[in-house]
Design a protein around this ligand. Sequence first.
Ligand SMILES: [Zn+2]
Length: 256
Amino acid sequence: MFTGFTRSKHLPRYAGVFPNISRCNHSCGPNASARFDEETMAMRLFSRRPIAPGEQITLSYVVGTMSCARRQEELKTKYLFTCECDYCKPTKPSRPSRPLKHLYWNIVHQPTNNKFDLQAEIFASDIRRSQLAFRLEHAETLWVEWLSPSSKQSDKDLIQFHEDALVVIAQEGLHLMRITHVAYLAHACAALEDNGGFRRWGNMLISLSEWTEGHEGGEQKKTWQDWVRDPMASPAWGLRVQAKKAKAKPQGIARA
Ligand SMILES: [Zn+2]
């Protein structure tokens, strides 16, 4: 049984039983996610990556960035089963799709031996997942620092931070977490006045987002579509270019 609780501007609290979505099994790297749409009062199921014909549709019943031990504990307590998904019981070493370049992610990456060791694999996965949660919170600090004239980060640093996050997210099967990093990448391109980059990431964001069907979701989607048509209208347009100009200006210190 799958029960959804959420808060709404229309109702203080409500709950529902969704017989179709209830049939989705759990995975710690799910290929779908469900979201309650307050405007249509319906639970909606979204694919998070391409799903092959005949492939089982899975959801995560727990917070994916928790450690394997904590996920198992919660699944056992609330749902009375032991998870044997590919992320809890890997059968081969996990590798990122490409080498990680940003310092933060490079440090986190724990290469495991070629000789398969289950505990070492789970330990490395736990670290990646906890860092995905931590770095997501850290992303705003990096963004604000990057836009200040005294920023220590290069443009490449900021972009690599988010691009590497997408690699780690894919490695852990937590595709739902992509949206925030894709949005930062789009805004970073806008801040650099990079039309093509903004359109590429903006279009990806539009395709990934779980826009609600009613008025509010339609407005959000339309806003992004307008920005993709006219990147100069996006709120971050030119911010980094201006910060660099401010840094380049002489300080105007009076000399005796
Ligand atoms: Zn699992």
